[in-house]
Write a new protein. Structure first.
Length: 332
């Protein structure tokens, strides 16, 4: 367990001794726990398939409060201890139910197909023990698990390009498919599956989420400012479900709102304008009566895309429930 010497501060890396990305923040046991990817060096190719994101393990971070030094609780799960996985432990999330903490994570299986696995433990800081197999029926990347007020839990997931969603358009994995729908056709949406009560399997087959504009028309594939790319997150504010995500090629974090956790969701606007680095990925959490956006950028590494750092900033709602757009680099 190591402590960052410096207190955490808005818009600054919360740790600097390792590279971290894709933060999923939760309040567990009165503290903020952050479940990030652990970015590392790699000597392979850099490409649109994301081969440069060669992560092998997860560290859990925590903050007693947003002005406290960030604690690194050390390695919580390593790929060597995941029987079904071969490489690339990408963006994880965690959930608490049944007096158990669950870590959800994507990785490629032995055939190179991205799947989503689960590991469990008794502490939010880990360690976590992985299940023998990935979650049956899971595919693609970026799980975000939301436990609703009625105790039903849902996993949101999926990513284009390296996340392989295009290859699943027929419902089966087609390794050679790289193209999505025509620009004027509805975009590929993220997926949602309700979790079974033991949180280890899906209760129902994953269903594609529909994201529509204010007139009810589906957001189309060519609308790269608004269509889903990767990195879903779910939170609830004043009784409404907020689905937020990255637009990938246009590098924004945006959101859509619904009265139902499974949608359809109505597109609303931008949460975060582009950060330094290609990817943008986030979570939204309420802590000590304020709302926070956790995100990452590549400023600490001087812009190296696969060496990112987790940051946070306060998030504000307008009276009508819309989210105020955040500039990741505000003037000081
Ligand atoms: O960190 C690897 C991948 O990059 C994540 O799974 C995506 O969301 C993007 O941040």
């Amino acid at each position: 367990m190591s402590n960052s010497a410096k207190p955490a501060a808005p818009n600054e890396p919360i740790v600097t001794h390792i590279y971290t990305a894709d933060p999923s923040a939760h309040v567990f046991e009165g503290k903020l726990y952050i479940y990030p990817s652990h970015d590392i060096d790699h000597d392979g190719p850099t490409n649109d398939n994301g081969d440069q994101y060669a992560m092998e393990d997860y560290h859990v971070l925590s903050l007693d409060d947003v002005n406290a030094p960030c604690v690194d609780h050390g390695e919580a799960l390593h790929i060597r201890d995941v029987p079904w996985a071969s490489k690339q432990m990408w963006a994880p999330d965690a959930a608490f139910k049944n007096d158990t903490y669950y870590l959800y994570f994507p990785a490629r299986d032995k055939d190179g197909v991205f799947r989503i696995g689960v590991a469990s433990g008794t502490s939010p800081a880990g360690p976590f023990k992985a299940e023998e197999n990935y979650i049956p029926g899971s595919y693609s990347i970026d799980p975000a698990v939301y436990v609703d007020e009625d105790n039903r839990a849902y996993m949101y997931f999926g990513g284009l390009w390296g996340g392989q969603l295009e290859k699943w358009q027929t419902g089966e994995f087609k390794p050679d498919v790289t193209e999505g729908p025509d620009a004027s056709a509805p975009a590929i949406g993220p997926l949602v599956a309700e979790m079974s009560d033991d949180m280890l399997t899906f209760k129902s087959a994953p269903a594609e989420i529909s994201i529509v504009d204010e007139d009810g028309n589906p957001i189309v594939a060519g609308d790269e400012d608004r269509r889903y790319f990767e990195g879903p997150w779910m939170h609830k504010y004043k009784g409404l479900y907020y689905l937020s995500y990255s637009t990938g090629t246009t590098h924004k974090l945006v959101y859509a709102v619904s009265e139902n956790p499974q949608g359809p969701f109505v597109y609303k606007g931008t949460i975060l304008t582009p950060v330094l680095g290609w990817t943008t990925h986030h979570s939204i959490v309420e802590f000590q009566d304020k709302w926070y956006l956790f995100y990452h950028d590549a400023s600490l590494s001087g812009g190296v895309d696969h060496k990112r750092s987790v940051k946070f900033t306060e998030l504000h709602y307008n009276e009508d429930g819309t989210i105020r757009t955040i500039d990741p680099y505000p003037e000081k």
